[in-house]
Design a protein around this ligand. Structure first.
Ligand code: GLY
Ligand code: MN
Ligand code: MN
Length: 482
């Protein structure tokens, strides 16, 4: 696909902002029995461009996700107003700054924006007072919910806004949890772009001599496909660094290592993907790398088969720990004299798999309403970002892992005598160079099961083939000039 192409299903379709607003309204009214729809409104000011200190260049712009969800508008300095009673959603764009037009050209017109965003009317900011008066008549009778007061420049309005209301955030977050068809199509496209980026990275070892060149390859292919940003800082690691969960240094040479882990996702139309793949640097998994890879693939596959509405994510997460126990016993990393039940009770696998099985994903990589409990005293659940039953049209990641990291071993193993005695240290030593393996796919929960949006292969034989075919090419066959 070219950088401006959109999938057939999205052609001519507007971002469903009004439907999102109505969902938020309904959830809020249900939660707050005391709130009358005659008295309620929403006003949110979007993000503005921020400059760097002591300099006339700007920081990368990222739209407020709540604002985007309710407007579909990624223009800096915009705002929205929704009146519950009139069921009218108004979008305000910044006034035209003619001095800026000299440098930047004409901004998008009201009509152009109205064609892309499903709102009732689009205005310029200079019309805000007039529309407020007409829409809210006597403002003081209204409860006007907002996320925060940042970027609200109208004093009268500001003094009438209710920022940070818990029930309002609850309604926003719950609405964002369940994706509609439009969001699913955007997410599918982000996933398609990401597939190609991962394939490119796996195929380009001759020009990837350092972790930053893995990042460069991924970003280059995302940009070429029209994804102007990534959903999060890409994690590109080699060798023992594969054991650092959110490693973003991305600066080490690959020479002398055998494993690569890349966790990166393209963002398209503000929605992200989040995919991890692991592969051998020389095209052939070592014995230890392959054994861990197969263990993690088994964890992921067994969890995948259980994904459907009503399934408890806690249960699936626990299932993956149980699968890992079986594999680590088979490999001799766990001593045979301990039973699977005993090892499970002692929480030994938390030293090798400390994070959760997955999380909700959408406008943010770790999206809203997963209801994590980071205070949970049980290490199995402390870092699990999704603590609820699955529902149709939730979008989640399925991303088990197994890591060999000195810090994790110190923190979660050596400090606990009942855990450390389960592990055969001599066998464990043989796996440290692998660093770690994570396999991460992006999933839609469907009516009866799941749809895996991620298409890039995770089959270890196919991965070896892709890497080897890439290695067989000369550097000059790639685009790299340096
Ligand atoms: N890339 C962060 C995560 O997988 O959650
Ligand atoms: Mn993830
Ligand atoms: Mn990830």
């Amino acid at each position: 696909m070219g950088p401006n192409d959109v999938p057939e299903t999205l052609k001519g379709q507007k971002y469903p902002a009004k439907a999102h607003m109505q969902r938020v309204r309904d959830i809020l009214l249900e939660k707050r029995g005391d709130l009358k729809s005659e008295d309620a409104a929403v006003f949110i000011a979007g993000e503005e461009v921020e400059g760097w200190k002591y300099c006339d260049t700007d920081r990368d712009f990222r739209q407020n996700r709540y604002f985007y969800y309710l407007s579909g508008c990624d223009i800096p300095g915009s705002a929205l107003l929704y009146n519950f009673k009139k069921d009218k959603l108004c979008l305000f764009l910044p006034n035209i700054d003619w001095d800026d037009v000299i440098w930047s050209g004409m901004p998008q017109s009201l009509e152009e924006v109205a064609k892309m965003c499903d709102v009732d009317e689009v205005f310029h900011m200079k019309q805000l007072d007039e529309v407020l008066n007409e829409q809210l008549e006597d403002i003081s009778n209204f409860k006007i919910f907002t996320t925060d007061l940042d970027n609200v420049h109208n004093d009268k309005l500001k003094s009438n806004l209710i920022p940070g209301d818990k029930d309002f955030f609850f309604a926003l977050d719950e609405a964002r949890l369940i994706k509609d068809w439009y969001e699913l199509e955007v997410l599918r496209n982000a996933a398609r772009i990401t597939d190609k980026c991962h394939l490119a990275v796996m195929s380009a070892l001759p020009i990837e001599l350092n972790e930053i060149q893995i990042e460069a390859e991924f970003s280059y292919h995302a940009l070429r496909q029209g994804a102007r940003s990534l959903g999060y800082d890409p994690i590109c690691c080699s060798g023992p660094a594969c054991g650092t969960l959110h490693y973003i240094k991305n600066s080490e040479d690959l020479a002398g290592k055998s494993s690569i882990l890349i966790d990166a996702g393209a963002e398209w139309k503000q929605y992200t993907s989040d995919v991890t793949r692991c592969f051998p640097i020389n095209g052939k998994f070592t014995k230890e790398h392959r054994a861990i890879y197969e263990a993690v693939l088994d964890m992921q596959s067994q969890a995948m088969e259980q994904i459907k509405p009503g399934a408890s994510w806690d249960d699936l997460h626990i299932l993956t720990h149980k699968v890992l126990i079986k594999h680590l016993l088979k490999l001799g990393i766990f001593k045979k004299e301990f039973s699977e039940e005993e090892i499970f009770e002692r929480r030994v696998t938390c030293a090798f798999y400390p994070h959760g099985l997955g999380h909700v994903m959408g406008l943010d990589v770790h999206d809203t309403a997963g209801r994590p409990n980071y205070e949970d005293p049980d290490p199995y659940f402390k870092f699990l970002r999704l603590r609820r039953k699955l529902e149709k049209n939730m979008v989640i990641t399925n991303e088990p892992g197994c890591y060999f990291n000195e810090f994790l071993i110190e923190e979660f193993l050596k400090k606990f005598p009942e855990r450390v005695e389960v592990v055969d240290q001599e066998v464990l030593k043989k796996y440290m160079y692998v660093g770690g393996v994570r396999i991460e796919d992006d999933i839609i929960v469907t009516e009866t099961g799941y749809e895996n949006m991620t298409g890039i292969t995770s089959d270890p034989d196919e991965i070896e083939k892709i890497v080897s075919q890439g290695l067989a090419k000369k550097r000059s066959e790639f685009h790299a000039l340096v």
